[in-house]
Design a protein around this ligand. Structure first.
Ligand code: PMP
Length: 523
């Protein structure tokens, strides 16, 4: 069958959507920070990649050192799939990650590692672990209430205590009722409270994956709403608004009733039921438009969560593994997650892995007996991740310094473009090799084409197609902030690549400033 006649059975719809913008390119070769494609006339074109797997290619496409290591592992016939056996490679990886945690996050508490295959899967593991932990905390709380009920019964039957009228009132029981009515009411109330589904907290704009539970923590409604009924819900907290966080917490708080004896009087007290499963955050929110979390808000979140006994999950899937100029982006803001999640670049752009690291004080090791995956913690991906860490840590962390230095150079250029086109460019944000450039909204543009593409949500694709076809630049907008373009290249980004991007961005700004009739049409 010829290519023209062959049916498209994978991604046909996406391909059709990309086609009008010239984005339906088949890349044929990838190396370092570049991709190559061959056009209809047989000419090969080099494209500078600023999307870089949306963060999975911190060490570039097909990094030769990593590829060599992959070949060695396969040639050595290292066992790859050996469930229910010892996994020293996986353990070495967990230890290597712990050394970096100790150095960058200044804690000597060990973190235990749980492995999956992708970012979203690691988030699902974190959600499951948080729920497993929450239910055990709930059980301990309710068992404590039962112990107290027994103690109160003993005290009342001994004549050592009497039920106070306020206790009946607080529990909503008629004053003339006896202790057993009060106990029944306390139990009824607590059973109802315990049936409250878990609630997760996260920040507006966040992205934590697209699987059944992780999608509930992803802000973008187009992705999330069709699957709302599948799993526990999240409340999205506006960034940098401690009062809004306090209000959400107080609106959602659920109390159980407990009985205590004080000075011979039985009283009813309220105790917080653990309704909050976890607070998920990204130290730099990628899909929200590349927005670093402020140190102050990170501190507020940690304080609020400590009071609630709710774990803080630091999702470093996109911003971690060196991209920010340190291994952990959280290290720049003094944030120490109870859980830390890594994926994407951890497996060097060649293997697939995801890991959740849980600090000892919050780790439930029974979880290991009830959660597993055929491909989680296979030796191949663990050894590749170890190689990635070895490369990042080499020469006293030269790769982190490269991310910082390349990122600073790129950011300086983006700032210069902004300074020359303040009417077109609204903001430049981010750190290291995780940068964003936000254009002003074009919904009211004078050019009909630009206005309509913006109103229909296609302007990002139109600009991406123009950058690709006219300037050999690959980048896209972020998923939940459609006016922000992402720049997440590898550390191998060259000065000439930055110059090529500058020319391209100035051309885009020119089109927007002139409100060019043709807009960004390329096909
Ligand atoms: N969390 C964050 C912060 C991400 O950026 C992503 C991917 N964009 C995910 C989770 C999901 O990772 P994956 O695509 O590997 O499922």
């Amino acid at each position: 069958m010829t290519e023209a006649a062959a049916p498209v059975l994978a991604d046909a719809n996406v391909r059709q959507m990309l086609s009008p913008f010239g984005l339906d390119i088949e890349y044929t070769r990838a190396e370092g920070n570049a991709l190559h494609y061959t056009d209809e006339e047989g000419r090969e074109h080099r494209v500078v990649d600023f999307a870089c797997g949306f963060g999975s290619l911190m060490l570039g496409h097909n990094n030769s050192e990593i590829a060599e290591r992959a070949k060695e592992i396969l040639d050595a016939k290292v066992p790859v799939h050996t469930q229910l056996a010892q996994h020293s490679h996986t353990n070495d990886l967990a230890r290597a990650l712990n050394e970096i945690i100790a150095r960058e996050l200044h804690t000597d508490e060990p973190y235990y590692a749980l492995f999956g295959n992708s970012g979203a899967e690691a988030v699902e593991i974190a959600i499951k672990h948080a729920e497993f932990d929450r239910l055990q905390r709930a059980r301990e709380l309710l068992d404590g209430v039962e112990d107290n009920i027994a103690a109160v019964r003993d005290a009342v039957s001994d004549g050592g205590a009497q039920v106070s009228p306020e206790a009946y009132a607080l529990a909503g029981v008629a004053g003339s009722a006896g202790l057993e009515d009060l106990v029944a009411e306390v139990r009824r109330h607590n059973e109802a409270a315990a049936a409250t589904p878990p609630l997760f907290l996260t920040i507006e704009g966040s992205f934590h994956g697209k699987l059944a539970s992780s999608i509930q923590l992803t802000y973008n409604e187009m992705f999330r709403l069709p699957f709302k009924s599948l799993s526990a819900q999240a409340r999205f907290v506006p960034a940098d608004q401690p009062d809004a966080l306090a209000k959400i917490v107080s609106d959602e708080r659920v109390a159980v009733l407990d009985l205590v004896v004080e000075d011979g009087v039985v009283r009813v007290v309220e105790r917080d039921f653990p309704v909050f499963g976890a607070f998920f955050l990204e130290p730099i929110r990628g899909e929200a438009g590349i927005r670093p979390l402020s140190e102050e808000f990170a501190r507020t979140i940690q304080q609020v969560c400590a009071e609630l006994g709710c774990p803080v999950v630091s999702d470093e899937i996109q911003c971690g593994t060196g991209r920010s100029g340190a291994f952990f982006a959280a290290s720049h803001i003094g944030l120490v997650g109870d859980y830390i999640i890594l994926a994407k670049s951890l497996a060097g752009g060649i293997a697939k892995t995801g890991v959740v690291l849980v600090r000892e004080g919050r780790y439930r090791n029974d979880f290991e007996l009830i959660h597993s995956s055929t491909f989680g913690k296979d030796s191949f991906s663990s050894l590749i991740a170890l190689k990635v860490i070895e490369m990042l840590e080499a020469d006293g962390g030269a790769a982190y310094r490269a991310a910082e230095e390349r990122g600073a150079k790129l950011k300086t250029m983006l700032e210069a473009v902004r300074a020359d086109f303040p009417d077109v460019v609204k903001d430049v944000r981010g750190r290291g090799l995780m940068l964003g450039l936000e254009f002003h909204d074009q919904s009211e543009a004078a050019s009909e084409i630009i206005r309509e593409q913006t109103q229909h949500g296609y302007i990002g694709f139109a600009v991406a197609g123009y950058l690709l076809r006219k300037h050999g630049i690959r980048t896209f907008t972020t998923a939940s902030a459609l006016h922000t373009f992402r720049f997440e290249p590898s550390i191998y980004l060259g000065d000439e690549d930055i110059a090529q991007l500058e020319t391209a961005l100035r051309a885009v700004c020119g089109v927007l400033r002139r409100q060019d009739e043709k807009g960004f049409a390329v096909v």
